[in-house]
Every structure is written in structure tokens, then in C-alpha cells.
Design a binder for this molecule. Structure first.
Ligand code: ADP
Ligand code: MG
Length: 341
């Protein structure tokens, strides 16, 4: 008997793509990228994405408020618009609410959806509300625009790999929440906690970088740097080499990492839900792109690797040795990644 675990999340998506058949002519990019890209006439392409967050799977109300749970769910959906170099303009939300007498919790969650969507320029204009299961579920559809959408398939050998912001903060915050919940409340870890409950979709950074035309390919890190790099490698038909020593891991995450059963550098490479952007860019323009974001006071850009001919993704360890993982990130249908020694 074949199990869903055998096929894995991405095998399932491949099968869905076959079942779906050819998309309508207006679809320039269908299943397989962060958003669907549509040509609706006019100078900009229309972007569409949907992202669901389930209580107990994606968020836990034991250590985040309902508002925060909604906030991070909406940020996750908006992050896919940033991954295309786009700007969001509206959203629709399907909310599944448990049948309960407790209105306050549900209303706080719904307020979180509406306020976060508005805060990032994608006001809520529709959706659906149903009851029935014992967990909250939020499914957000976001529409956006992009003049020249960044695809996962645009990387060339010779490109440099840049990442926005930092890596590993969400992983260590989650690790503390699960293993050392009292410590997550310590002020020295508040920055990590906000990475988990209030991640910033990199929309402002995407808007500025997209104008330059120097970004060749992009993806947002929602399943772990290593795995998401693998999507660029596969779609662009290239090899990505990531340098562990260059990963921008914040100091607080290093401190928290010492308290947890995490092994560097693997956890920074496999940490999902960081919602940073991994970009393959013109090698001549690294300095220019980095200073542009700096001038605007936005998230820093760090060069973490290179694109070359070949396939797959490797990590260069601090001692210079290069390794590949069989899998490196989050798959909804498979057990967690195991790290090479
Ligand atoms: P992301 O992590 O960027 O949100 P996913 O890994 O969830 O992307 O999905 C990968 C691709 O598969 C996307 O193009 C998405 O639209 C598509 N996809 C995922 N699930 C389904 C589904 N149930 N039906 C159709 N397309 C899907
Ligand atoms: Mg994505």
C-alpha cells in the first residue's frame, strides 16, 4: 500500500498538477511557484496565492494570543507575494471556528486577520466562515501585482545567493516554546518570540529590489532554507551551494540554541517559517542591492552562496567540506529531517 508519507508533500503536489491539466491561457505560471501569475492585460501581472494555518499544526494558543496566531498566518500568506517581487492589494479569508460559547477568542483571531491584512496593504474584502472542527483554521487568499514577477526558475550559473534578514530565530523560539516555555518570556528572547508571532513579510524589501531588475529568481523561506533552495535548483536546473559560516543567525538564537537540542548549522538551514527571501542575483550587483536596502533602513541582505551548473543543493561547512542532505526541511507528510553528522 502506498502511503502519503511515501509520496511526500511535493510528490502529492506533482500529482495534483497532473490531475489539474493544462491551465487557461492567461496563466503565465501555474502550480510550482510561490504564486500563480496571470496576464490580465495592462503593464502588471496579477499574482494570487492561498495559504492555510491550522491550530496545533501551525500555531498553538497555549503560547501565543489568538491575535498573534492570526498575525503570523496572514504574514505567511503575504510572504508568498513578496517572494514574487510583488505588492499585495487585497485578501479574502476562510475561517473555520470551533463550535464554542467562547466568542472573545474567535473575535480576537478574526481581528488579527483583518488588522494584519490591512497593515500590509491587503485589506480583507471577502471570505467564508464556517464552524465544525475543534481547531481554528485560517485560509487566506491574497492577490497582488508585479511588473516582472520573480520566478523560482530564473537562476543562472554564476548568480550569487542573498538572503534577507536573519535565519533560525523562528526555530529557536519554537524550540523554547516546546522545551523551555518559561525562558521564552525572558526579555533577552523577546526578539526571537516576535520572529515567531509577528514575522515581517519582506514586502518593502521586495518592492525596492524588484525595481532594479537584478533579481533573477526568488523564493520565500517557509519550509527551511535548504529545502526552499532545492525548489530554485530544481526549477532553474542549477546547483545551489550554501555557505554555513555566512548564515545570518542572530545572537539571541545562538544563545537559545545552546539551551536546545539543536546542532549548528543544520537548524538554521532547515528552520521553516522564517519568511525571509532567498534571492539569486546578478553577481555584479550584490553591493548595489545590499546598500539599497541599507539606505532605506530595511532588513539587511547577506550573501550566503552561489549558483553553479548541476543539480541539487549543498552546504559548505565551516571546515570547508561540502555535504548534501537527503532532505532538509518541512514536509507535511514526512517525519522531521535528520541531520548529517
Ligand atoms: P509555498 O510554500 O510557497 O506556499 P507550497 O509548497 O505550499 O508553496 O506549494 C507549492 C506549489 O504547489 C504552489 O505553486 C501551490 O500553489 C501548489 N499547490 C499546493 N497545494 C496545492 C493544491 N492542493 N492544489 C493545487 N495546487 C497546490
Ligand atoms: Mg512560498
Amino acid at each position: 500500500m502506498t502511503t502519503l508519507r511515501d509520496i511526500g508533500e511535493f510528490g502529492i503536489i506533482d500529482r495534483i498538477a497532473q490531475m489539474a491539466g493544462a491551465p487557461p491561457e492567461a496563466v503565465c505560471q501555474g502550480i510550482g511557484d510561490d504564486c500563480v501569475v496571470l496576464d490580465v492585460g495592462g503593464p502588471e501581472k496579477l499574482l494570487a496565492t492561498t495559504d492555510a494555518a491550522l491550530e496545533s499544526r501551525h500555531f498553538d494558543l497555549a503560547w501565543m494570543t489568538p491575535f498573534e496566531a492570526a498575525q503570523r498566518s496572514v504574514a505567511g500568506a503575504l510572504s508568498d507575494i513578496a517572494a514574487m517581487g510583488g505588492r499585495p492589494f487585497l485578501s479574502l479569508c476562510t475561517s473555520v471556528l470551533p463550535q464554542s460559547d467562547e466568542a472573545q477568542e474567535a473575535l480576537e483571531l478574526l481581528r488579527g486577520v483583518a488588522e494584519t491584512a490591512r497593515r500590509y496593504g491587503a485589506p480583507l474584502v471577502g471570505g467564508d466562515t464556517i464552524s465544525g472542527i475543534n481547531h481554528y483554521l485560517i485560509d487566506l487568499v491574497v492577490l497582488g501585482w508585479a511588473e516582472r514577477p520573480w520566478l523560482r526558475s530564473g537562476a543562472h550559473p554564476g548568480d550569487r545567493l542573498l538572503v534577507t534578514g536573519s535565519l533560525g530565530g523562528a526555530a529557536t523560539a519554537l524550540g523554547l516554546a516546546l522545551n523551555e516555555p518559561a525562558r521564552l518570556k525572558e526579555p533577552r528572547f523577546s526578539e526571537l518570540r516576535s520572529r515567531l508571532v509577528d514575522p515581517t513579510p519582506r514586502l518593502a524589501e521586495a518592492a525596492i529590489l524588484a525595481r532594479t531588475g537584478f533579481v533573477h529568481a526568488a523564493i520565500d523561506i517557509s519550509d527551511g532554507l535548504y529545502q526552499d533552495a532545492g525548489h530554485i535548483a530544481r526549477e532553474s536546473d542549477v546547483h545551489l551551494s550554501l555557505e554555513a559560516a555566512k548564515f545570518p543567525v542572530p545572537e539571541a538564537a545562538l544563545v537559545a540554541g545552546e539551551l536546545l537540542p539543536l546542532r549548528a548549522p543544520w537548524w538554521a538551514a532547515t528552520s521553516g517559517e522564517e519568511y525571509e527571501l532567498l534571492l539569486a542575483v546578478d553577481p555584479e550587483c550584490v553591493g548595489l542591492l545590499t546598500s539599497l536596502l541599507q539606505e532605506h533602513g530595511l532588513a539587511p541582505l547577506t550573501e550566503i552562496g552561489t549558483v553553479r551548473q548541476g543539480e541539487g543543493v549543498s552546504i559548505v561547512r565551516e571546515d570547508g567540506s561540502e555535504v548534501e542532505m537527503e532532505r532538509g526541511g518541512w514536509d507535511h507528510f514526512r517525519p522531521p529531517t535528520t541531520w548529517p553528522s
